[in-house]
Unconditional design. Structure first.
Length: 611
């Protein structure tokens, strides 16, 4: 047993304490202790660090680790979502605890007390449906201030008046002691799906009857922000909503942390602090980011280590965007929602991927099956990664403690999966924009053919990495904090951005700007620097030091701001305005610097025209 051999090695080394071993390894004492506990095979970097701290030879212990990994039983089929603390792209339902929305729930409940007809307005993905179903409805049922006879929930659909006429009448139950509350979710369907103006007007008039107290009705509608303007097309509807609207905005950092940690804690799970910080930095101020966050957390939960949701698993799925591209228009449905419930995709489950042209999409149809439209294929799959450019294949990935298996399934012809890559090269640490996988041992894997190629030659084990959005650059950091910038193929090292430290420190945070022209590096000592990818050989531009180790970085608002997260400050924003700085230089220099002036003031930066 591998763990037993590690314990024997430590005994032969004089039984040093794990705290003493951690001083000579880039991992904490608890991580090293867990490696020898025997509950599961440690990752290769942890095993090698453990061996090195006890005087073991790296090559020998790498060979022993690979032998132990190859002898482990094959990973079981991916589990379903039963017991998952996060719904993924699905909405929360009554009975599901909704965290981080208590204040907003109180605001909406107060709105329904003051107005018989009211609206909740928010961007797509802001969590309106979950707010109504999982938080507001339970609150209304226990609200003694405004007793309700019954609460009915509906979505308009293509024929709202014809379908829901009977529901828009007060309860006739003998013991009904209050008004009937009608909750209309996805009210925008009145405009998007109902193509008969007369039926649309009739349905709206039926709802507006609630404005009369004698109707014994109350109505609350949830409408997407980009359709709110169309409510003005109906004069009476516009008047009813003039002072009876609550806007659902993005969650504050503290609310996001509650939404991330709360569901896991309720199931006695632990979310790594670094993962929470990364998610908060990437989702804060993004109105439509909640479904993506929930989807990413569900995928991380599938890859949890014991009872811990890890940042490594999050990075392995490619982060918020890599967990599954969603929210793009799909010709197969004509809808833009993250979860498809339209007539042409009735009963669709969790959305898993779009093709690049948006004409093909895949959704979960069972615990271990995926349906692909419009091909109609039903495929056995674990983790869907992407759909090929020609719509001919999809790619999946299966992770285990012993390594990574990447498989490809054909959409046309025999819909059977074939394993195209199965090696013990560690977990995936980054995914390129074209779908290539980078493993922690420096293997670049083509998603279509499964061909693996050694990249980042001369570097140590990859702790974290990030591809630029255009795929032209790759930044990587090893477990000693050394940060290097490479071309997108990983063949040519362009610069060493940070030298690292012999003692081993927490890994740096990396982020590229949306235009791929800048890369930021946050260090464990709190320092933050930015480099131009066009001139990475410079010393980089320093930003004000953070108040602790930098856990996560993220560019936002068209690259005009850099968000920095530390253990002590959820999000700290640095304004970035390179265009303004360039304009100021050009104005003061009356057209730009000459080559001699440039060399005098910027000797480490290659000359170029900036004005």
């Amino acid at each position: 047993m591998f763990a037993h051999e590690l314990r024997k090695l430590r005994h032969r080394a004089g039984s040093p304490t794990y705290r003493a071993m951690a001083r000579h390894a880039p991992f904490s004492a608890p991580t090293l202790s867990a490696a020898a506990a025997g509950e599961r095979l440690p990752s290769l970097p942890v095993a090698l660090a453990y061996a090195a701290a006890c005087g073991g030879e790296a090559a020998h212990w790498e060979e022993r680790w690979r032998a132990a990994a190859s002898s482990e039983p094959a990973a079981a089929e991916e589990q379903g979502t039963a017991g998952a603390p996060y719904p993924g792209l699905a909405r929360f339902e009554p009975g599901d605890p909704l965290y981080g929305r208590d204040e907003l729930t109180d605001d909406v409940r107060e709105l329904t007390r003051r107005h018989r007809f009211a609206a909740v307005v928010g961007a797509s993905g802001s969590g309106k449906s979950s707010l109504l179903r999982a938080s507001l409805i339970p609150a209304l049922r226990t609200d003694s201030g405004t007793p309700l006879a019954v609460i009915r929930v509906l979505t308009p659909g293509e024929h709202p008046a014809r379908t829901h006429r009977e529901l828009l009448t007060p309860s006739t139950e003998p013991d009904a002691g209050g008004d009937t509350m009608i909750v209309v979710d996805q009210f925008e369907e009145v405009f998007a799906l109902c193509h008969d103006p007369a039926e649309r007007a009739e349905f709206i008039d039926l709802l507006l009857a609630a404005c009369d107290p004698a109707s014994r009705l109350r109505v609350l509608v949830a409408v997407r922000a980009d359709f709110f303007g169309r409510c003005a097309e109906h004069h009476a509807l516009a008047l009813a909503l003039r002072d009876a609207t609550v806007l659902v905005g993005p969650m504050a950092p503290a609310q996001l942390r509650e939404a991330i940690v709360g569901p896991a804690s309720a199931e006695r799970l632990v979310v790594e602090r670094a993962l929470t910080a990364r998610l908060v930095a990437e989702v804060v101020d993004e109105p439509g980011g909640l479904p993506l966050m929930s989807h990413a957390l569900l995928e991380v939960w599938r890859r949890r280590r014991g009872r811990t949701l890890t940042l490594a698993a999050y990075e392995a799925i490619g982060g918020i965007q890599g967990a599954g591209p969603v929210g793009r228009p799909a010709a197969a449905t004509g809808r833009q929602d993250a979860v498809f419930t339209g007539p042409s995709c009735e009963g669709c489950g969790r959305l898993m991927a779009f093709s690049p042209d948006s004409r093909t999409f895949a959704h979960q149809s069972g615990p271990t099956t995926v349906s692909v439209h419009p091909h109609g294929s039903l495929l056995q799959v674990s983790d869907l990664v992407g759909i090929s450019l020609d719509d001919r294949s999809v790619t999946v990935s299966r992770s285990s403690a012993a390594g990574e298996t990447i498989e490809v399934g054909k959409l046309k012809g025999d819909p059977a999966w074939s394993t195209v890559y199965r090696k013990r090269d560690g977990s995936v640490v980054a995914t390129a924009p074209d779908g290539r996988f980078l493993t922690e041992l420096g293997q670049s894997v083509e998603p279509e053919s499964g061909r693996a190629r050694r990249v980042l030659r001369g570097e140590s084990v990859v702790a974290t990495a990030d591809y630029s959005p255009d795929g032209q650059y790759l930044a990587m950091a090893d477990f000693f904090g050394r940060v290097t910038l490479w071309d997108g193929a990983g063949r040519r090292r362009l610069a060493v951005l940070a030298p690292g430290a012999d003692g081993g420190l927490p890994q740096p945070a990396l982020a590229f700007s949306a235009d791929s022209r800048s890369v930021a590096v946050g260090s464990p000592d709190g320092s933050v620097r930015m480099w131009s990818t066009e001139d990475p050989g410079s010393q980089g531009a320093p930003l004000p030091a953070a108040d602790g180790p930098v856990l996560a970085l993220a560019f936002a608002a068209q690259d005009s701001r850099l968000r920095v997260t530390t253990p002590y400050t959820a999000v700290r924003t640095y304004p970035l305005a390179p265009s303004l700085a360039a304009a100021a230089v050009c104005s003061r220099s009356r057209g730009g610097l000459s080559k001699n002036e440039w060399q005098a003031h910027l000797p480490d930066v290659g000359y170029r025209t900036v004005c």
